[in-house]
Design a binder for this molecule. Sequence first.
Ligand code: ADP
Length: 379
Amino acid sequence: MKKEAGTPVYSNEAPPLILIVDDLHQNLAVLGNILRTEGHQLAIANNGRQAISIALAKNPDLILLDIAMPDLDGLSACRMLKENKLTKDIPVIFLTARTEPEDILKGFEAGAVDYITKPFKAGELLARVSTHLELKKSRDIIIKQKNELTEALATKDKLFSIISHDLKSPFSGLMLMSKLLVENFESFEKNDLLDSITLIRDTADQVHELMQNLLSWARLQNESLSYNPTKLSLAQEVNKTTEVLRLNSAKKAITIDCNISSSYSVFADADLLRIIFHNLIGNAIKFSKNDSIVEISAELDDGYVISYVKDKGIGIPAEKIDGIFKDSPGKSTAGTANEIGSGLGLVLCREMVEKMGGTIGVESEQGAGSTFWFTLPVD
Ligand code: ADP
């Protein structure tokens, strides 16, 4: 549908902000009166310098800029606006009494998108303003979509890289081990058989865990992960997770000591909370040596519950801590029993904690152990 000239463009949003720049108050008054009839918001500057500082501070949707002004003229101000990455995308329309072709050309060369001649004619002014506001709006939408697309491509790349690096090798191992078993079944001693089957089971567990993280992460990126925060007992959720991880802790004779008051409840999504604890407690087990202890505790702090997962494991080198919650390549270290990882778990934890309104962090000393913590709102 064709839009009538002068129809407000941003009907359901805040009205667009237009910066008008002229050294003559009479011109500003005329412009202001015409533009206000359309409900536009206005910012006013009397010279080029003021225009630049207001443009930087208020990021207007459009600038109407007089050419002939003392101090800093419109052409120079426009060039400066176009050179600054914060203001270069704001469309500039020149206001000019001059209709000589070379003056108009100079305006376009300085970066203007259009010009309006004085004395102002309300219809023409509003039509040009409306056209450029619409163009700017369309451009903003394209830039937003481009950024979303870039993000989606990065997600896809990450998925492919995890699938090719982190899933391929354990699957090759599984295939090789089971092939050996099938082909040499008769010649295996009973104990060797048990060793091989145990190895297959452990590898399958690790791949399964990685797959679950991968799927949750992919779904979180697409915002289609169902999100249903409710009142949850923190101690109960931790107990459910430690139960699932019991085999991992038992294999390394690691004691899991959970010391959380049964009165603590959080407002959180049960699936997300379970994935967070699964990753943090799973890591604590993975990076602890045999016969160690993992302590899980919590405390109240100003409307939030802080949960702690503390281990006495290998710790994290200081230079690695900064990037630990970021999606950085080469982040993953094998566990003390050579457990594989993807470097995805903590990125996932951060995204999930933030989605539920909390923050996450870690304190760690190499060789002494790590304490991961995260906050969630109290219910
Ligand atoms: P993954 O464990 O699959 O590699 P994570 O994102 O869970 O991925 O962890 C990233 C890295 O952070 C690990 O590979 C390890 O180097 C370090 N890390 C995480 N938790 C601990 C921990 N409790 N103790 C020591 N290092 C840890």
